[in-house]
Each structure stands twice: as C-alpha cells, then as structure tokens.
Design a protein around this ligand. Structure first.
Ligand code: TXA
Ligand code: MG
Length: 377
C-alpha cells in the first residue's frame, strides 16, 4: 500500500516483518518491535483478547491505558474511524512520524454499537492516545499487518523501559514469541502525550518532544499549554492515567541529585553516611569524582557517563539504570545493599522528560538543597 515505508523487498528485514505481522493478524501473541522512543509490545488494538495478552505479558495493571500506533493518517481514518482534531494539525505536521502521542475522542462504529478500539486499550476512558512512530520497522509492521497496534513499552511493569532488544529479552523471554531487533532506540524516552480535548490543552506526559517545542510549533492554542493536569479536566476521575503506579525502578535503591555542582560536597556527605553500600554512579554534565574524597570514589564499582546534552542523556538513561543495576547485583566483591547515584538535570527542554523518569525511579531526590524522600521502595 501507499503507507508502506521503504523496506527492501525480499530482505531479511522484510521476511521478519512478515513473520511478526502473521502473528499479529492471527492474534496469537504480542510482538516486540523497535520504535524511535523505546521498544514496544504490540497487539491489535481492535481485538480484546490480543490486548489482554499484552497486559498479561507485562504484568501491567489493567486500568492503565495503552497508546495505539498507526502507520499513516489515512489508517486513522480508514481503520480507526477517527479524525485528527484541528487543534493538533500543526503539531502532527511537525512531529509525525515521531515521539508525539495525541489524545482523541474514542470513535464509535458507524455500523454497530461495538467500539472500534477494544475497551481493553482505554479502560474507563472516553478518549484514546494515538501516535505514528518514526522507526521504519515499526511503521512497516503496522502497515504490512494493516493493524493499528496497542503498544506499551516492552518492559515488565515497574522496570525501566527497554531501549535495546536485549532489554526486552531480559524482561520478556518465555512470555512472547518474537522480538524484532532494530538496534538502539534513538530518543530513549517515551513519547510526549498531549491532550487537546481540554481547554487549555495539556501535556500529560513529558517525552521525546519537549514542552518548549510544543509551544513553539503547536500554534496559538498551545502557547499556554498546561503541564500536568489541566484545570478543565479536574473533576474527571483519572486525568493522567498511569501516574499512580511505580515505574522505571531498578532493584537497587536510586538516589538522584540535582543542582549539586561537582558533587564534592552534597554527594560526598551523603555517601559518607552510606558506607555499607555497593555503589554505581550515572553522571551527566557536572559531577567530577576527581574532586570527591578518594575513600568514597574508590568504593564506586560502576561509573557510566550519560552524556552532556539532553538528547544524549535521554538516549542513555534507561540503559544506564539497567546496566548499573545488573552490575551491582553481580558485584560480589563488595558488601551491602546496592545504591545507584544519578546526576539529574534541570527541567528545561529534554530535561523535563529525563527528570520525570528519574523522579519515578528514585526513592530519594536532593533537589537544589532539599531532600525529598518517598515512602515506598
Ligand atoms: O513512546 C511511547 O509512547 C511508547 C512506545 C512503545 O511507542 N509507548 C508507551 O506506551 O509509552 P504506554 O502504553 O506505556 O503509555 C501509556 C501512557 C499512559 O500511562 C498515559 O500516561 C498515556 O499514555 N495515555 C494513554 N492513553 C491515554 C488516554 N486515553 N488519556 C490520557 N492518557 C493516556
Ligand atoms: Mg511504559
């Protein structure tokens, strides 16, 4: 069809996409596939049994709605019986295909009372989230199967999202029949979820498209976009579903430091009081362990540079958390509970998505001199 992105005919990629598409068309099992944000675990958004298999494989709470993935705007119209609302036109012209999810009213089937999209995708919602991924393997899979895919990230519920096929394998082996390996995810954090069905419009989840970009390219209505809950939606029961669940958590305790310079004062003081731990460090722009007490820096058994720019840090964040966790669990040379120290960033630009994930992963956050402690971990 005209929707098909360019995949070399007869290539291994095409053969594998056809295999996965067959599984999707017969609703036998969910399929893991690469997107530019994170790997997804997909099944037909039109079939309740298929969607339930996703929740089961991930062990995901069934009231957390799934994003529907399409390969073209015409598929939205033709298969999902939906239209892009005018308020989104500038945004999708700029950011589709790409890491932007828009919220639309749930379509009803013109010929029957049956919902077009399985209710299992959108538990209790009058709306659904939809995006067109940029990764060609994702779009080819959706186009070849001609099936809009409900697809959350392909990690086990609560774990950091997968940005490599190996991450998916680690969480999902034994639970799914196939993983399409498309290499490392370019963006590394999930899509930005925007809601233009409320006034003022809202960003429900910061992600691969920054709020600054939404304001700049969305047109007049998006200038005053609200981040988080929009006032207009206050009395709805769940405005930002998914927020109440534990997320992105390694097994190790995660402590995030923001605005603590090179770390030689605040982080050192923290670690002096936690000498009985195995420590990993994920650093970004400013931490300088040359300036830390050697008695502390020598205790750190794993150090990873997340990068200097927001885009780099976002790309390396989930794999950094997974790598640190794995190394600490294997570290038998040191005693004590595993601890991952992360250098956070400011909330500007890509920072909002990065800090949103880190705040959920962390049990303690030192933010500009204030210790914020969470009651569970
Ligand atoms: O980048 C991504 O978006 C990845 C890749 C695989 O495409 N997918 C992803 O899907 O993150 P998922 O299912 O984990 O994201 C679901 C989240 C919900 O927790 C909620 O924040 C938002 O998307 N969402 C989905 N449907 C919604 C709705 N009807 N109303 C409000 N928020 C919704
Ligand atoms: Mg997820």
């Amino acid at each position: 069809t005209a929707d098909l992105p360019e995949i070399v005919p007869g290539s291994e990629t095409e053969i594998n996409i056809n295999r996965a598409a067959d599984i999707l068309r017969t609703h036998t099992a969910p399929v893991a596939f690469p997107t530019e944000t994170v790997y997804g675990l997909g099944a037909s958004a039109l079939d309740t049994r298929a969607v339930r298999q996703i929740f089961a494989a991930k062990n995901r709470p069934s009231d957390n709605p799934l994003i529907v993935h399409i390969s073209s705007v015409s598929q939205l119209d033709r298969v999902l019986k939906s239209k892009v609302l005018a308020i989104y036109e500038k945004l999708i012209a700029k950011f589709w295909p790409g890491p932007l999810t828009i919220i639309l009213p749930l379509p009803s089937n013109p010929d029957s009372d049956e919902p077009v999209i399985s209710r299992a995708c959108t538990p209790g919602q009058a709306t659904f989230g939809v995006r067109m991924p940029a990764h060609i393997v994702a779009r080819a899979l959706i186009a070849v199967s001609d099936t809009p895919l409900a697809a959350p990230s392909a990690n086990a519920s609560t774990k950091p999202s997968p940005t490599t096929a190996a991450h998916v394998y680690a969480d999902m082996h034994g639970r799914i029949p196939i993983i399409l390996d498309g290499g490392n995810c370019e963006v590394g954090v999930e899509s930005t979820v925007v809601d233009g069905t409320v006034s003022p419009p809202a960003v429900l989840r910061p992600g691969g498209v920054s709020v600054e970009m939404i304001r700049e390219f969305g047109g007049e209505e998006w200038r005053d976009v609200v981040v988080g809950k929009s006032e207009a939606g206050k009395d709805e029961s769940v405005r930002t579903p998914g927020m109440k669940y534990r997320h992105y958590s390694p097994q190790a305790k995660v402590v995030v430091f923001v605005g603590t310079g090179d770390g030689s004062e605040v982080v050192n003081a923290y670690l002096r009081n936690n000498t009985s731990r195995k420590i990993a460090l994920l650093k970004s722009r400013q931490f300088d362990i040359e300036k830390w007490d050697t008695s502390i820096s020598t205790q750190i058994s794993f150090i990873k540079e997340l990068g200097a720019t927001g885009a780099e840090i976002a790309r390396n964040l989930f794999s950094g958390l997974r790598d640190a966790d794995e190394r600490l669990l294997k570290d038998s040379a040191n005693e004590g509970e595993p601890l991952i120290i992360v250098e956070g960033v400011s909330d500007a630009d890509e920072g909002a998505a990065i800090m949103n994930r880190l705040r959920k992963a962390a049990s303690e956050i030192y933010e500009n001199g204030v210790l914020i402690v969470k009651d569970s971990h």
